[in-house]
Write a protein that binds this ligand. Structure first.
Ligand SMILES: Nc1nc2c(ncn2[C@@H]2O[C@H](COP(=O)(O)OP(=O)(O)OP(=O)(O)O)[C@@H](O)[C@H]2O)c(=O)[nH]1
Length: 539
């Protein structure tokens, strides 16, 4: 398993500075590699924290370092390069000091009391600056209401004046009067970019041509929203910024008999927060794949008994491992042999001794892509919730694991008069309402609960280990809160409601029985007037 890795901004910065100081003192190429790995690891850490401004600064430093990478013969670097890199490190350190995130405190609209369910750290209130031209005040008000609902502190700044608060916002939203950006706006954007390096800057209502978008990005805007798109799209991006990133740690299985190579791999990947498990005998491969479930295999080409290519060919015959990324490690630089090995199922070649920066970059990008593909087969694209098939199979698993005295409540939730919302405000606004409900469910339910998008505007949730009465009160509270949630549209904000039917184990003891029962009770709730939660009863 990997060695311990830095686990706070301070730890990361400390490691980075120590490595730089070591390099400045001795000027060794290996020390420069260590420093570059530390910069890359810090960028990764900021990405996980969703701090795009700091990621940008780190990446700038990384690019500058990689430009000077060279080899043993080009180090130590010239004094001017050392001074310039030191300056960049200091700028990064200074930006970290001002951007340091506030501890999460839950702040929510006074009208909405906290839900009685723990595990709600999805809301980390931070301030959002809203800079709207007078012509866009209606849109700005709707956006502000929507963001306040999700616990953000909105600070409205004057369109004309340059005054700005001292603290750093999570995001800054610009709502200009027209699609043509004025010189004064560029100056203001650049000033805010300089004073808020860690904030995400949005420009809402841009002309969909590449030149104005590039000009805005050069001035410091991170994301532009075209004029024809819904301004409420911004909400998703902002919610994404504060969403707790509970992504599972990346796992790499190393099949390698050299203990030196294994130690170097474990150390390099450990610095990037990647877990590793090493085996020296490829005969153990299938068992370890089953128990460790890696996201990637680093496979030595030459091992006792059979080689990496033969092992890969075996794996590629098995459906479960058909797309698992396999990267070969080899001292062999024969191009013909490499091409043959790739043809037989490998994804990439790394020649030993490998560059740790390249190793980490290859491993991370291949795993990211692999996980993205894995996710797209089970998650719904609009909401990020489980899709219909994955919801059904997860419910089956939950029911099959229930003890005779266990409890499980299933609810079918359906947005009311949804067709009318689409017809009146258009499908993009309808989509936004669906996403809003998905966000509310994700925020209010526990991680052990099942939340799935069962159909268009229909959701299935399953709550284990609570009584039917407790489940009812949680769902009814969500119903109440959803009915108060504003959904922004160009002309203002609308509110929607949902109805829900719930059924509990052991009244129904199969997943199909629970779903059917909840569905028929949902119909009853609709007939009884909508915007209500109904519960199946013993008749
Ligand atoms: N915007 C949007 N609309 C969708 C999506 N999926 C389904 N719909 C629409 O949702 C509407 C569902 O309408 P109905 O089933 O008639 O129900 P309703 O209008 O919600 O009425 P009640 O359920 O009886 O309250 C249909 O018009 C679908 O086209 C989606 O992903 N996005």
């Amino acid at each position: 398993m990997t060695q311990s890795s830095p686990n706070s901004i301070d730890d990361h910065l400390y490691v980075l500075r120590r490595r730089w100081e070591a390099y400045v003192a001795d000027g060794l190429f290996d020390q420069f590699i260590e420093f570059t790995v530390a910069v890359n690891s810090l960028a990764e850490y900021f990405t996980r924290l969703r701090m795009p401004g700091l990621v940008r600064l780190c990446e700038g430093l990384e690019v500058a370092a990689l430009n000077k990478f060279g080899d043993h013969t080009t180090h130590p670097l010239a004094q001017t390069d050392i001074i310039s890199l030191t300056r960049q490190i200091d700028t990064l350190g200074g930006a970290v000091t001002i951007v340091r995130p506030a501890p999460p405190v839950r702040r929510i609209d006074e009208r909405v009391a906290p839900a009685p369910v723990p595990d709600i750290d999805w809301i980390k209130p931070r301030s959002v600056w809203l800079i709207a031209a007078p012509e866009k005040h209606d849109m700005a008000d709707a956006l502000a209401r929507q963001l306040r609902f999700f616990g953000f502190l909105i600070i409205e700044l004057d369109w004309e004046s340059d005054a700005a608060p001292d603290d750093m916002p999570l995001a800054v939203l610009f709502l200009p009067a027209s699609q043509t950006t004025q010189p004064k706006e560029f100056t203001r954007i650049a000033a805010i970019r300089a004073s808020c390096p860690g904030s995400q800057l949005f420009y809402i209502g841009v002309d969909s041509h590449i030149e104005p978008i590039v000009a805005l990005m050069r001035a410091g805007i991170d994301m532009t929203v075209p004029a024809r798109e819904q301004p409420s799209m911004v909400l998703n991006h902002i919610l994404d910024l504060v969403q707790t990133n509970k992504q599972e740690q990346y796992r790499v299985l190393v099949v390698e008999d050299s203990r030196v190579a294994v130690a170097l791999i474990e150390r390099t990947l450990g610095q990037h927060g990647i877990d590793t498990h090493a085996i020296s005998d490829p005969g153990e491969l299938l068992d370890r794949l089953e128990s460790y479930k890696p996201d990637l295999i680093l496979m030595d080409m030459y091992m006792p008994r059979f080689d990496g290519v033969e092992a890969t060919r075996v794996l590629r015959q098995m459906a479960a491992y058909g797309s698992l990324p396999i990267v070969y490690l080899s001292g062999e630089s024969d191009v013909g042999m490499q091409v043959e090995a790739l043809r037989l199922g490998g994804d990439q070649f790394l020649i030993k001794p490998f560059n740790p920066v390249l190793l980490a970059a290859i491993v991370k990008t291949k795993i990211e892509r692999f996980r993205k593909i894995q996710r797209s087969t089970v998650l719904d694209g609009l909401t990020g919730l489980l899709n219909h098939t994955a919801t059904k199979s997860r419910l089956n698993a939950m029911v099959s694991q229930l003890q005779p005295h266990g409890t499980l409540t299933v609810a079918m939730i359906d947005i009311d008069y949804f067709k009318a919302i689409n017809d009146t405000y258009g499908h993009p606004v309808g989509d936004q309402v669906i996403r809003g409900l998905a966000w509310l469910l994700k925020g209010r339910l526990r991680s052990l609960d099942l939340i799935g998008r069962y159909g268009g505007e229909e959701f299935l949730i399953a709550l284990p280990d609570v009584s039917p009465e407790q489940a009812f009160s949680v769902i009814d509270r969500i119903r109440h809160d959803f009915s108060a949630m504003p959904h922004a549209h160009p002309g203002g904000a609308l509110c929607a409601t949902f109805s829900a039917g719930i059924a509990s184990f052991p009244l129904r003891d199969t997943s199909a029985g629970l779903t059917e029962e909840a569905d028929s009770v949902l119909l009853m709730a609709k007939r009884m007037g909508r915007n209500r939660v109904e519960q199946a009863r013993l008749f």
